[in-house]
Design a protein around this ligand. Structure first.
Ligand SMILES: Cc1cc2nc3c(=O)[nH]c(=O)nc-3n(C[C@H](O)[C@H](O)[C@H](O)COP(=O)(O)OP(=O)(O)OC[C@H]3O[C@@H](n4cnc5c(N)ncnc54)[C@H](O)[C@@H]3O)c2cc1C
Length: 340
């Protein structure tokens, strides 16, 4: 307890009171609640930045149903969660996969990372959301991954003055097109079907927006470029055209699975971790919260995930700090968040 947190080098071993798997909204809030109880945490996430689904899929969208916010942009909610937990100095292990979970009688839980690193912790909170998501792709896109082809748009401004091709017909494809239209040099949406599987209002807006070129019944057949992506070839019926494109955003959806967590000996029901009303799993001092967990009547919402996280972290405090009450003191009783 009491160290300054920060980022942890690849392959390193480290210790914290609580290992949090998943840096989505629930994981960040679980680390905050643990910090409030005086417990240090290490937060591991496959993604290179915190925020989970919000950061990866809809950072620019407004969220209307988070308690206390009339409307909050996804990125702003994530930034606030990161700022809220910052006084407790969590260790961030981003771009890392939690691969294994083993119990050592003396040192407690050990979360093994795919890069060879290890987090030793007395308790574990699994906030893994949908688990591991692998983006759906097309064979011709693979050679340009990271060189123009992307599956997420974390920062709209990265695509300023670029020719952007967006592939897909989902809400994400339409939302990215609308968000990028005022920023990019050109935006072309390529969809293999004739109609979009997205909110009608957004689709109408997309068609009405000058600067968004929509190609339906059209498939991407080839990508080209020397160092980076320069052109995308598409086919509509018998006709093929080449589009200038420095960026291609593949919004083709994700294949999700529990990933390595499925092998940790947890009781799983319908690809979710079964928990009791304290968010306890079947393993001692291992909790699961938010979208990755299941209990009767659960609703998959951010606000519910926050509640799950608070319940889990306070139960962890009771287990790790003998004599501690379950209910934390009121935050209003503190002048400011204490610096550990
Ligand atoms: C387009 C869209 C719009 C939405 N709109 C709303 C809305 O308006 N209101 C609302 O309440 N909800 C909304 N949701 C749902 C909301 O985003 C989720 O309920 C919320 O993100 C769940 O939070 P979480 O922290 O449980 O999981 P996530 O946000 O999924 O984060 C889990 C994290 O765990 C990581 N992870 C998983 N397995 C491992 C592992 N083995 N090792 C390391 N890291 C791992 C993942 O990489 C991920 O970053 C929306 C979802 C989408 C897709």
């Amino acid at each position: 307890m009491g160290d300054r947190g920060g980022t942890v080098a690849a392959g390193a071993e480290m210790s914290a009171d609580v290992a949090v798997v998943g840096a989505g909204p629930a994981g960040l809030y679980a680390a905050y609640c643990a910090g409030f109880r005086g417990l240090s945490s290490a937060i591991v996430d496959v993604l290179p930045e915190p925020g989970g689904q919000i950061a990866a899929l809809y950072p620019e969208k407004k969220i209307y149903d988070v308690a206390g916010h009339v409307a909050v942009r996804g990125r702003e909610l994530v930034d606030n969660l990161v700022a809220q937990v910052a006084p407790f100095h969590p260790h961030y292990l981003l771009g890392r996969t939690a691969a294994s979970l083993t119990l050592d009688e003396e040192s407690g839980w050990s979360v093994g990372l795919e890069d060879g690193g290890r987090i030793r912790a007395q308790a574990v909170v699994i906030a893994g959301g949908l688990g591991r998501s692998v983006p759906r792709t097309l064979p011709c896109l693979r050679p340009y991954e990271g060189r123009g082809v992307a599956y997420h748009v974390p920062h709209l401004d990265d695509h300023r003055d670029r020719d952007v091709v967006i592939v897909g017909g989902s809400d994400s494809a339409v939302d990215w097109a609308l968000a990028l239209a005022p920023i990019a040099r050109s935006v072309t949406v390529v969809h293999r079907r004739s109609s979009f599987r997205a909110h009608e209002h957004s689709v109408r807006q997309m068609y009405a927006t000058a600067g968004i070129h929509v190609l339906t019944d059209t498939q991407v057949t080839n990508c080209d470029g020397v160092e980076r992506l320069e052109e995308v070839r598409v086919r509509t019926g018998e006709e093929e055209v080449t589009l200038p494109a420095q960026v291609l955003i593949a919004a083709l959806g994700f294949i999700t699975s529990l990933g390595p967590i499925a092998d940790w000996g947890l009781r799983v029901e319908n690809r979710q971790i079964a928990v009791d009303s304290s968010m306890r799993t079947n393993l001692p001092r291992v909790y699961a919260v938010s979208d990755i967990c299941t209990y009767e009547g659960r609703v998959p919402l951010i606000s519910v995930g926050f509640g799950d996280a608070a319940i889990a972290a306070n139960h962890v405090a009771v287990e790790l700090l003998p004599g501690s009450p379950l209910a934390p003191e009121h935050s209003t009783d503190r002048e400011a968040a204490p610096l550990l």
